[in-house]
Design a protein around this ligand. Structure first.
Ligand SMILES: [Zn+2]
Length: 340
């Protein structure tokens, strides 16, 4: 378990002095740059019995357990919904499940279970590692329970919080963790990795993900690429988007990504309007130029704020079709050329 190439240096710096390891760490940075991979590489290295510098050896008993996903001194705590997504793996796309509420938050029961975990003696090296992600999904009661553990840190225990939105964490939690921002990769590193992953049109994928390679890989999946193509074609239409027609096809599985693509498109429109060049969708440059001529900057900014809010709410049970319709209508108003 080695970190992604662009995070090797960050892992080396963190583990330069293993005797001064923090009890708790806040790994933060933009979505899709590999923070989860970093957390696992860190855990593997801390638990490894014969680490090579900052990196796990990959061959000891501990590394073997870790790679099998059953190291007894390691726990990863995620919301139920995320655990289920991962278990589904690469099977056929899960049909939008009958809406039996899967928890989107890390619950207090999950944090209470930590107390049992840290009370046991460790199985191997004497260290134990807990990873919580995304940390902003901690239910407030769970966050308070975690705070108790952070206030009295158990010996030789490393608690790693992973977050793209650290501002949403309780300040009291943030202040008890060592802050560890992870860098974005350079473009050449990110492109090399995407090509290794077999992503065709790596440049387009990386641009559409704002430079975050893991997000780019996800967005390049055929279904995602198809959603992007359909939505951007809709947003590019000179007569405006068909809000009702397109909205009707948006469901719980696609609403968040629909909002993501609208955000990146609106962002590009504003850049083009301000005489810049598109950052996310250079492959749609001509369409962006055309729409930007009719767009109203004030309204684009207002729409952007609305999209940010919609994104925040997308994790909650709303009517996805109505959300999409509403946003597309607001988009049409912002780009119709008529003055408010
Ligand atoms: Zn090892």
């Amino acid at each position: 378990m080695t970190p992604l190439a662009w995070h090797r240096g960050a892992l080396e710096r963190l583990l330069a002095d293993r005797d001064r390891m923090p009890h708790a760490l806040l790994l933060r940075g933009p979505a899709g740059i590999g923070k989860g991979e970093f957390a696992r590489a860190l855990a593997a290295s801390v638990l490894c019995e014969t680490p090579r510098g900052a990196f796990a050896c990959g061959t000891c008993v501990s590394c073997h357990w870790f790679s099998q996903g059953n190291h007894p001194d390691y726990r990863e705590i995620v919301p139920e919904s995320a655990a289920e997504d991962e278990a589904e793996g690469e099977g056929e796309a899960a049909p939008a499940k009958a809406e039996k509420a899967k928890s989107l938050v890390i619950k207090i029961e999950q944090i209470r279970a930590i107390a049992d975990f840290v009370a046991l003696s460790t199985h191997r090296s004497g260290w134990r590692v807990l990873v919580l992600r995304p940390a902003e999904s901690l239910h407030p009661a769970a966050a308070n329970a975690l705070l108790k553990t952070l206030e009295e840190p158990p010996p030789r225990t490393l608690i790693v919080l992973v977050s793209d939105r650290p501002a949403r964490l309780l300040p009291t939690i943030r202040s008890r963790c060592r802050d560890y921002p992870l860098p974005m990769p350079r473009t050449d590193e990110a492109l090399a990795w995407l090509r290794e992953q077999g992503v065709a049109s790596a440049e387009v994928a990386l641009a559409s993900a704002g430079g975050a390679p893991l997000l780019a890989r996800d967005l390049a999946e055929p279904e995602e690429a198809e959603l992007r193509r359909r939505l951007l074609a809709e947003l590019a239409r000179p007569s405006g988007a068909d809000a009702l027609g397109f909205g009707a096809a948006v469901d719980r599985a696609t609403v968040e990504r629909t909002i993501h693509w609208m955000q990146t498109w609106v962002n590009d429109l504003a850049r083009v309007k301000l005489a810049g060049s598109p950052r996310h969708h250079p492959d749609f440059a001509a369409a962006l130029q055309a729409r930007a001529r009719h767009a109203d900057l004030e309204r684009l900014f207002a729409l952007d704020r609305e999209l940010v809010e919609a994104r925040r709410l997308a994790a909650h049970p709303l009517n996805p079709r109505l959300v999409a319709e509403h946003l597309l209508m607001a988009y049409n108003r912002a780009t119709s050329g008529s003055k408010p």
